[in-house]
Structure formats: C-alpha cells, structure tokens
Design a binder for this molecule. Sequence first.
Ligand SMILES: *Cc1c(COP(=O)(O)O)cnc(C)c1O
Length: 381
Amino acid sequence: MSDHDFISGSKPIPLERGEGSFLYSTDGTEYLDAGASYACTPLGHSNPAVVDAVQEQVGKLTFVDSSFPVQSREDAYAALVASTHDGLDSAWFCNSGTEANEAALKFARSATGNSKIIAATRSFHGRTMGSLAATWKDKYKKPFEPLAGDVEFVPYGDGEELADAVDEETAAVILEPIQGEGGINVPPAGYLERAREATEEAGAALVFDEVQTGMGRTGQMWACQNAGVTPDILTTAKGLGNGLPVGAVAVRDWIADGAASHNATFSGGPVVTAAVHATISTLVEEEWPAHAASMGDYLTTELEATLGDEVREVRGEGLLIGIELKRGANRAARDLAINHQVLALPAGRTVLRLLPPLVIDQEEADQLIDALGAVIASDDS
Ligand SMILES: *Cc1c(COP(=O)(O)O)cnc(C)c1O
C-alpha cells in the first residue's frame, strides 16, 4: 500500500460494524476510531438512542417535504436552537457542511445587500463553489476557478488585520472558532471578540463555521460558547446527526428577517431530524460536552508527558486535538492504523488530528496514548 492509497480514501480496511469508540473489520479486527470518522459520530458508532430514533422514524414516515410540519423536525429544531447562545433563534436544516456554509453566505449577502466576504488563511468551509471560494488551500480551488468570488483572505488569528479588512461593503466574515482541516489552529484570546466588534460596527454578518468544532467537542455544545461570542450565523453538520447526513444554519432575527428565499428538497427530512433530536438530547442530558472537556484535558496532559520532545506541540480544546509532528502526519496515521489498529486523521502535512467520539473513556484514551507513544517514538513514522 502506498501513502497515496492511504490518504486518498482507499484505506485497505473493510469495515462492517461499529460500536462506541470502536470499528470492526470483516475479519473481526477491532480499531479504535480516534477520528470519529471526521467528527461525525460524537456519541460513538451505532449509539442506541440514535439508532432507535432513526429506526422508529424510518418505519413510521421516511420522508415528506418541509412544507408539512412533522414532529421530528420540530423537536430537532427546538433542541438545536436551545443548544445555541440566546439570539440564534431561527434555524434551517440542510444536508451537509458545505451546504450550510453556502446558505450562510447567501443569507448574509441578501440580508446586508453586500457581496464582499472575508475569510481566513488556512480556512476550510467545503467544496461546493461558494464555500470553496472561502476556502484557503489552492489545492482544492485551482482546478475549478473562477469561483463565486469577492472573497478576501486575512491571516487567521490576527484581530487587527481582520478589523481593518471589514468595511461597509462587507456582507460576511466567516471563521472557524478553531480551524480543523487547516491544522487544529486555536486563535489567540480576544480574536473572536474582535471579529464580533468589527462586524457589528460595519453591519456585516459574523459567521462561525462550527461544522467540525460543534456538538460538544470543545467542552461546550458550540466552541464559540467557550469565548462567549455569539455570531449572527452559526453553521454545523458533521456530528449533528451522529452519522446521518444533515447540516444546519442557526441565525439571529435580523438575518432571518432580511434573507431572501432559500431551500432544498431534503431540508429537515423526518429521519435525519429524528437523528438530530436524539443526538442533541443525548449529548445534553448525559452531559457529554463536560466529559469531552475532562477527557480532552487528560489526553492533552498525558500526550505532552508521553511525547515530550518527540513532537513540536500538542494543541486544541477538549477532544479537538492536533499534534504537530516533526515528521509527516500521513505516515504516522498509516502506522497507527496498520500496526496499532488506531484510526487518526492528518490535518495538513505535519499535524496528526485526534477527534475521538465524546464517549471515549479513560481506558480507551490510554490505548490511544500508548499507540501514539509507540508510533511517534519509532524511527519509521
Ligand atoms: C468538513 C467541514 C466542512 C464541509 O462539510 P461537508 O459536510 O464535507 O460538506 C465545512 N467546514 C468545516 C469547518 C469542516 O470541517
């Protein structure tokens, strides 16, 4: 197997079953899923509450379009809005992260009457044309240009440069509260507050892309709650339905009132919203965000102690952890999977990303730490 095969998606591990923090291949081998399949299963694989809700709903009413009220959508809507800061009182469901950001940009443009978008270096917002235009890496963009432009990039983490770029022609500033794909980049204290001030002053919409940071991973339901900053638009997807394809956009009144019409056929379908309701209710009732905070502290402290000088940095918040290696992250991820049955994700060339399910326990965390210790200490990783 070449490195290319591994990172391009053809990982040679045929999987057939998942339970909690583990995945099982067809030959019965157990893998610790330290990437939660790209943060999509915060409650672990095949969480019983979500499986039951989905099975019941699929047998009762699989689909009806969003012009009819259905209980599962109303329950999911109420749970989502209740989980956000006060002020984000309306929401719209879609099917993915990129679609949530696409909607956010349309809402911001129509509510402000402006078109200029400000995004950050090293951002990732998705691969459809609008979200892609606000994504940093040329690798994703170049072959598809020209994109739905009018996007200016400013250095992530620099509040003053951001504030300088925002003016009365700005429709939106779109930021990840902590960057995921870009390498688990945590901005300095005060950055999100500065973005809030600058957008408020200019009448622009502040969009927080919480597709990866949301759903309890950083210790609160939404990462912006750690900073105490409420955006005008919050987008999410990945873990929202614990593995079912669903995204959402939560907005303040001025966006809801000012935005032009936007919709999608599958918006808020009964089955995916049954999953959303079960996922959010379980996260909240069983207090998994607090568990994520304490397991995140444990993992980060132990990883620093174990890996010490072998790595450049361990950083992140809660169970969104990046390990900046002195070597390539793809090789380390491959070695972890093949030799230690631990699945982790690269985030850029040298950062190994850990996004375990929030339900990871201490024994599983120790297994992860031991495997990382072995791989990172060895010469061939
Ligand atoms: C994954 C991701 C997206 C794109 O989500 P898709 O569901 O793959 O379209 C957007 N923003 C962030 C921060 C992400 O991590």
